[in-house]
Design a protein around this ligand. Structure first.
Ligand SMILES: Nc1ncnc2c1ncn2[C@@H]1O[C@H](COP(=O)(O)OP(=O)(O)OP(=O)(O)O)[C@@H](O)[C@H]1O
Ligand code: SF4
Ligand SMILES: [Mg+2]
Length: 379
């Protein structure tokens, strides 16, 4: 399996933004997320509240799925969000593409606040420039449509081609671009394997000629060997088409191989952001260290994501009733009184940030040397 990961050939020290065709960097990040929060109303049913029934009188309860995070994504970059289930990754993704309205904060795309896009035309242009790829390709592909209809839909919706022959040509070339055959256009989704279906999803996303892809666990449902093929395809497409990715995964091996920078999320907050190599070689935040320690080496990760838990990993707190102070304190070996009472704010450290009192106070032990060697590129 290591060989399959080696195929990915991450060129360390050389971000995908600097490889290949992505030269048109601008000072404005393509995506800028500022103070983003999204709270779900999880109180008793509205009717109960209106009628003032017993359960409703307790008032409204909020689940802070995302609780004030900041990050930027440069053009041509792959920024990954990683963290355990329920930490808020998908909620961030849905806010970034405009499917959720933030409770607070802003998402700017190419310098424009997406909640203030002007006119139907401005909103349609935004929807074309940002596309999303989901974990389960079967659920996101209409099973009653042939592949040609599935892939042609964004072309028609955004008026990118009108003549039937032109659309057929575009669909064929998109299918070839993602490693399928133009003749596959006449088939239905159930006639393909899981990896091939994910290729169809990618072709459909690319049909809108986007600049930014939000990929929510795009390889999690696939076998390891197929995961590597899809990740390789995504890297190739990024270089040839100059794409920017927000890549969401709970699988550290996947993140290691595809991301330029990584944000580690815990209970709706970002606890550390760093360049991929820095994060894996010198993890700073205790939670990042815990995640990495739970994955012994590259030969084991990806085989069964989440299966290689270190003893004492513990459980994530209930997000409806999170701990005060630092949300990680019940699981943190370095927690003290300050951690119980004061939420740590992000502090800049070379190219990223860390939100941890013990890190600020210099009372964290140095990263164990083994942490770095585990994550060296095997190629
Ligand atoms: N529509 C909703 N209503 C109420 N709570 C929700 C809703 N969607 C998500 N949540 C909660 O918000 C929190 C964050 O969910 P989210 O799906 O963003 O996490 P995630 O990191 O993507 O998890 P996973 O890795 O399992 O996909 C979770 O506690 C989840 O139960
Ligand atoms: S702030 Fe305190 S509890 Fe939170 S991660 Fe740092 S040391 Fe641990
Ligand atoms: Mg999710």
């Amino acid at each position: 399996m290591v060989a399959e990961w080696q195929v990915l050939g991450r060129r360390h020290g050389e971000s995908s933004a600097r490889q290949g065709a992505v030269e048109q960097r601008s000072d404005v990040p393509l995506v800028a997320v500022r103070g983003l929060a999204h709270h779900f109303d999880v109180s008793a049913a509205l009717l109960d509240r209106v009628l003032g029934r017993a359960i409703g009188r307790r008032g409204r309860r909020w689940l802070k799925a995302v609780d004030g995070i900041d990050f930027e994504i440069a053009r041509g970059e792959t920024f990954a969000l990683v963290g355990e289930s329920g930490c808020g990754k998908s909620t961030v993704a849905r806010c970034v593409v405009g499917l959720h309205t933030p409770s607070a904060g802003t998402v700017a795309f190419d310098g424009a606040d997406i909640s203030r896009l002007e006119g139907a035309e401005g909103r349609a242009r935004f929807r074309r420039r940002i596309q999303m790829i989901f974990q389960d390709p079967y659920a996101s592909l209409n099973p009653r449509w042939r592949v040609r209809t599935i892939v042609a839909e964004p072309i028609r919706a955004h008026g990118l081609a009108r003549e039937r022959d032109e659309i057929t040509d575009q669909v064929g070339s998109l299918l070839v671009k993602v490693g399928l055959d133009a003749r596959d256009a006449v088939k239905f989704p159930h006639q393909f394997s899981g990896g091939q279906r994910q290729r169809i999803s990618i072709a459909r996303a690319l049909a809108a000629a986007p600049e930014f892809l939000v990929c929510d666990e795009p390889t999690s449902a696939l076998d390891v060997s197929v995961q590597a093929q899809i990740l390789n395809l995504m890297k190739d497409l990024q270089q040839t088409l100059g794409l920017t990715y927000l890549f969401i995964s709970h699988d550290l091996a996947v993140v290691f191989h595809i991301a330029d920078r990584v944000g580690v999320m815990y209970l709706g907050r970002l606890c550390e952001v760093a360049e991929t190599e820095t994060l894996f070689a010198r993890p700073r935040h205790p939670y990042t260290r815990l995640l990495l320690a739970a994955v012994p080496d590259l030969a084991n990760v990806g085989a069964e994501a989440g299966a290689e838990r270190a003893p004492g990993l513990g459980e994530v707190a209930n997000p409806i009733d999170p701990p005060g102070g630092c949300g990680f304190h019940p699981r943190c070996p370095f927690a003290d009184d300050r951690c119980l009472n004061e939420r740590p704010e992000p502090i800049a450290v070379d190219g990223g940030f860390v939100a941890c009192h013990a890190h600020d106070e210099g009372r964290l032990p140095r990263t164990p040397p083994s942490a770095a060697t585990h994550w060296e590129d095997p190629s």
